[in-house]
Design a protein around this ligand. Structure first.
Ligand SMILES: C[S@@+](CC[C@H](N)C(=O)[O-])C[C@H]1O[C@@H](n2cnc3c(N)ncnc32)[C@H](O)[C@@H]1O
Length: 208
């Protein structure tokens, strides 16, 4: 682990890169949960799919061509890497995964909207009863993060998902625009509800 190249972060689409230490700590915990599974990633600028390569069967959907090219190069034949914008419908030819991993925009000014959009699309690509991993600020005590946590808990419950556990590791990021920002990985049961109740917005409101 540790020496994986990642393109520089494009903040306009909410890319912030995890420190290599955070990425390694998270990967160690994820292996135990995801080993042997087909895992869908919606956006993977941190290249977690590369870190988990050989342990999981990854399918990565990514909007940024630079990230897509980098993942394609580093994953080789071991993965599907597909160009995708989360605001668009899920491609019909994507076989459902056993699990998802998402690190959505933290949505500090839109009451968790970006997180909800990522969750909806991830559920649509994951089989009923599957596992989800959502990386968001959970123990970070800024007002917006506390409000988001409550909004996301409600969204999860209303849409048949449940929280299984919160992993021990914390993720820190380079060059963030909030002081001391960190995230945790929340493990979810995707549940069995087919339709996730959310209108997908147009434009850039998912990033605010
Ligand atoms: C949203 S960013 C990570 C944000 C996270 N808050 C952080 O600080 O690391 C995660 C990934 O989503 C991708 N992404 C951004 N907008 C997207 C979109 N509309 N559709 C699909 N992937 C997107 C990014 O390129 C990146 O690989």
């Amino acid at each position: 682990m540790n020496s994986i190249d990642r393109p520089s972060a494009d903040h306009s689409i909410e890319q912030f890169l995890m420190t290599p230490e955070s990425r390694d700590d998270l990967t160690k915990e994820l292996v135990g949960i995801l080993q042997g599974k087909r895992v869908v990633f919606i956006g993977d600028d941190d290249h977690l799919s590369v870190q988990l390569s050989g342990q999981v069967d990854p399918v990565v959907l990514e909007i940024d061509q630079r990230v897509k090219d980098s993942l394609t190069l580093q994953l080789g034949d071991n993965a599907e890497v597909v160009e995708y914008d989360v605001r668009a419908k899920v491609p019909q030819d994507i076989e459902k995964a056993d699990a998802f991993v998402i690190n959505p925009p933290y949505s500090s000014k839109n009451q968790g909207l970006g997180i909800k959009v990522w969750l909806k699309r991830a559920c649509e690509m994951t089989r009923p009863g599957g596992i989800g991993v959502m990386i968001i600020p959970w123990h970070f005590e800024e007002d917006w993060a506390v409000d988001n946590r409550e909004a996301i808990k409600e969204f999860i419950e209303q849409n048949g998902m449940s929280i299984v556990s919160i992993l021990d590791s914390q993720q820190f990021y380079d060059d963030v625009n909030h002081d001391n920002l960190f995230s945790n990985a929340i493990v979810l049961n995707r549940g069995f509800q087919e339709k996730i109740d959310l209108d997908i917005p147009n434009g850039d409101s998912i990033y605010r």
